[in-house]
Unconditional design. Sequence first.
Length: 257
Amino acid sequence: MTLILALTCPQGIVLASDSASTAETFIQETHLVTKKIFQLDDRILAAGSGTDCVTSAVRSRLEELAKANQLRGNSLKEIQARVAKGAHEAAKAARDLWLPPLGDEKRDPPVSEFVVCGYHVENPWVLEIHRNGTVAPREKEGFTAIGSGDTFAYFSVANWRRWGIKMDKLDHAALVAFSLLDDAIHAAPRWLRGPVQIWMMTKPISTSAAPKIEELSKAKIDALETTYATWRTAQIDSLPGLFDAQPAPAISVPQQT
C-alpha cells in the first residue's frame, strides 16, 4: 500500500508520501523503506506508486526527458503531454517485458501511477497519471492523492474543508500533509509506514525565476510531528472526559497465510 499526495496553496506546492515498499517472493512479503519522491529538474517534482519494475522504468524515462530539456516549453499543455507520453511508453515497455516471464494468470499485472507537479512561469500545475495511462490535471482542485491508501487522504481533506481549514501558507500545507499521512500510517500500520516524506516547492518570485525546492530534513519533519501532537493535545484538553488517558492500541490485522 502507498499514499502519495499533493497540495497547492498561494505560496507553493507540497508533495508528500509514506515510505512503505513491499517486496514479494514465493515465501513471504518483505517490508522495506523507500523514497517515492524525486526531483526531475529545477521546476518539476514527481512521485510514483505501484510495481517496482514499472515505477523505476517510468522514473528513468522522465529523468531522461528532463536531462534532455524535453520538459521545458512555452505551453503547459505541451509539457504535460510530454510527461504523459513518456510515462505511458515507459510503463507499457516495462509491462511487456515482465508479463511473459510471469506465466501465472492469477498474479496481478505490474502497474504504476504517478503525480507530477511543478511551476510553469508563475503558475502551479499538478498532473495525475493513472494506471491505465490516462491523465488528469488537478491544480484547480488544489489536492490529489494516489496509491491504494488514497481513500484516507480524500476523507481527511473533505473533513478539513468541511470545517473551513485554511492552507494559505506553505508551512500550513506541509502540516496538513503531515497530519494526513501520520493519521493514515497509524490507521493502517501493516501497509503504510513512516517516515513521512515531504518536499516543498515555493512559488517563483518572477516569471524568469525557478521555484525554491526543498526536501524537508528529519529535523523539520520532527518539528511538524511536534506541532501536530500539540494540536491534537489541545483538541483532547478542550473536551475533558471524552478521550481515554491511555489511547487504545492500533487495530491488529491477522497475518495472511
